[in-house]
Design a protein around this ligand. Structure first.
Ligand SMILES: Cc1cc2nc3c(=O)[nH]c(=O)nc-3n(C[C@H](O)[C@H](O)[C@H](O)COP(=O)(O)OP(=O)(O)OC[C@H]3O[C@@H](n4cnc5c(N)ncnc54)[C@H](O)[C@@H]3O)c2cc1C
Length: 253
């Protein structure tokens, strides 16, 4: 969280500290993590959309992923790093160098022979922003139908879905219509928004994130860093630091 707050000071990073509401159609207590967030405040019923009974305000860093990934790419190249694109089929391939950090997500099913990884497919709809400045998300529990509204300046990311076991990446038109309908019911200004794009991704999910060293029989050292499911952005800097420690290095990432 601290690193994303710092990144929000750099307009090129695609990170904005954004206030908003997480709400539920059921009564209940807020999750522990929410109460520690800046600006945490329970909502009055009048502040909630129709049919919602509980809600909390707080601030979070919202990350505009295409902008953020371009920012990370620029920073990486500035360090003198080079990028080679290609499919790795064997973590013991000597061309990979003396130390390998495996961040292959679902690809680790084959690369690390890990059958405990599974895909959870997710879909978003990107629309023009009709003037929304606050996020909204519903605590939908284990439902595959999510509801989130994330403003990023001129655009808004609307979600979403969480379909366990599916990893195809073609947008599903019915799912997109349902996302638009759920989000517009909560935020009527979205009714006039123009659809700009559909984004589909897969959450590489595992019961426990795998961040550890493997000394391979080949003599190769592999550091694994995969299985972050639907929290890989949130966990990214912390896991990177853990990998850095495992490598025996200190200093800024
Ligand atoms: C719809 C949706 C919403 C999400 N919302 C959030 C959120 O709000 N907050 C949050 O923290 N996280 C969120 N996530 C989760 C987050 O995006 C993932 O946890 C994160 O992308 C995982 O990163 P990763 O680098 O481990 O894996 P990936 O992003 O899957 O990247 C793995 C990379 O490895 C490459 N690869 C795989 N196998 C090989 C191989 N054999 N050789 C070479 N390359 C290979 C792949 O092509 C890919 O580029 C969301 C995900 C989705 C789909």
């Amino acid at each position: 969280m601290g690193i994303f707050r710092t990144l929000a000071d750099d307009p090129s990073a695609g990170v904005r500290i954004t206030p908003g509401i997480e709400a539920s159609r059921h009564t209940g207590t807020p999750p522990d993590w929410a109460t520690t967030l800046p600006g945490f405040l329970p909502c009055t019923p009048a502040a909630l959309p129709p049919s919602f009974t509980t809600g909390y305000r707080f601030e979070v860093p919202l990350v505009d992923m295409p902008v953020y990934l371009a920012h990370l790419h620029t920073r990486l190249i500035a360090t003198g790093a080079t990028i080679a694109k290609g499919k790795v089929t064997d973590l013991d391939d000597p061309r990979l160098g003396p130390v390998v950090v495996n961040c292959a997500g679902l690809g680790s099913r084959q690369l690390a022979n890990d059958s405990t990884l599974r895909p959870i497919r997710g879909q978003h709809v990107i629309v023009t922003n009709p003037g929304i400045t606050e996020f909204f998300s519903e605590d939908t529990g284990t439902s595959p139908d999510l509801l989130c509204i994330y403003p990023h300046g001129d655009t808004v990311v609307l979600g979403g879905t969480a379909v366990d076991g599916r990893e195809d990446l073609n947008p599903d038109p019915a799912a997109a219509d349902a996302i638009l309908s759920r989000c517009t019911a909560v935020e009527p200004r979205l009714a006039g928004a123009r659809v700009l794009a559909h984004r589909v991704g897969v959450r590489p999910t595992r019961a426990v994130v795998r961040v550890e060293v493997e000394e391979r029989p080949s003599g190769r050292t592999v550091l694994h860093n995969y299985g972050h499911g639907g929290a890989g952005v949130t966990l990214s800097w912390g896991c990177a630091r853990d990998i850095q420690r495992l490598l025996g290095r200190t200093g800024p990432c």
